[in-house]
Write a new protein. Structure first.
Length: 227
């Protein structure tokens, strides 16, 4: 099924449910390919509303143990926790070790510069830890170029081209240094999604068949094009 426009009702309202199922479907597909000693699993968490996270008037608290804290030295604004939708591929060693990751961009990752920056920071940390990465931004809402932002963070200046995109990244050690191999595929509403390589730390390469998993998820979630 060609990519649908998830920026309008009712598809926009269902995006978080959809991306959770999409991540699960991708993990199933990867597990069917992975050799013994590896497994894939989804990690989907959505931002916690402020009324659930804990909203209190300054200076109000419940003291435990008979101890009262001193007033805070600073009172600073912070961003609420962002949404996470990703698939991790793990290698079973002494304990599960992350070897590759697929990051599916959520609407909540793009609302503000701070949210976009947080997502780029996470992707940058994966690559600097030699974790292969696939980045998928098919949310036509608050368009940005997260690929350019990621490369700029890693020290390569490229012009931003806001729009939808999919990209794969492979950090490679070479001649005592490090390079980053990149596969970027622009995408658009009405077009099929590409298949991208997910490179694991030890040289294994998996095909991430985005279109097949997207189509299965649309069928399973009974998603139809917006009227």
């Amino acid at each position: 099924m060609p990519l649908l426009d998830h920026s309008h009702r009712p598809l926009l309202l269902r995006w978080e449910y959809f991306v959770e199922s999409w991540a699960t479907d991708l993990s199933f597909a990867l597990n069917a390919l992975l050799p013994d000693g590896y497994f894939a699993e989804p990690n989907v968490q959505f931002a916690i509303p402020l009324d659930e996270a804990g909203s209190y008037e300054p200076g109000t608290f419940t003291a435990l143990g008979g101890w009262t804290p001193t007033p805070p030295t600073h009172d600073l604004p912070i961003e609420a926790t962002e949404s996470v939708a990703e698939v991790g591929v793990y290698r079973r060693t002494a304990g599960p070790e992350l070897a590759g990751a697929i990051v599916l961009v959520c609407t909540g990752n793009k609302y503000t510069p701070g949210k976009r920056e947080s997502l780029v920071t996470k992707c940058c940390a994966y690559l600097q830890a030699w974790v292969g990465l696939v980045l998928v931004d098919v949310v036509p809402h608050h368009l940005a170029d997260l690929h350019a932002a990621l490369l700029n963070r890693l020290g390569t200046s490229v012009p931003a081209e806001p729009g939808l995109l999919t990209a794969a990244y492979r950090p490679v050690g070479q001649d005592g240094g490090a390079t980053l191999e990149v596969w970027r595929e622009p995408v658009a509403v009405g077009r099929a999604l590409p298949t991208l390589p997910l490179w694991l730390r030890d040289g294994l390469c998996l095909p991430v068949e985005l279109e097949a998993a997207y189509t299965r998820t649309c069928v399973e979630q009974k998603v139809q094009p917006a009227a």
